[in-house]
Design a protein. Sequence first.
Length: 176
Amino acid sequence: MRASLALLAVLLLTPQAALAVISFTQLDDDVFSVSHRVKIIGSRGKATRLVYTKAASLCIAAGYSHYKVLNQESEASQHDDSANASVRVKYFQQDGDDRIGCDKSADPNYVAEASAKLRQRGYTPPPPMARPVAAAAPGSAPAAEPGTPAGSCTLEQIAAMARAGLTDQKIRAACR
């Protein structure tokens, strides 16, 4: 009886984050579904907050810096079921419209756990993005068009496309 009470006290005093496990499914190269179910005591709000922490942590572990929420679901705890939340996210290597930075809400413990699970599943992270360079005419220094953001091609990629005979217009389109 005393052992049961002691175990219950330890469980109640132990932060739930320490008991939580990161659960995710890769749906596409950069799209993941992340879920969290409150294990002992908690609300739908707690489940939702934790699923976003897990999504941000997975983002970092998978080699990205930002994410966009595609879909989210949560349920309040029922008499026979715990509160839970899930989120479907698309990851990106740069900021953009409706994108959330991963580093602000990622948890180092979840990042480590997600990294291990990704390695175990044979996940290959995306190649790091090269410094963006806009297309330029062959023989001239590459520069962004006035009023437009720089493209996403490296100088070597632009040079190869120019050597292959692509027009400036086609090179610019390929680098956007």
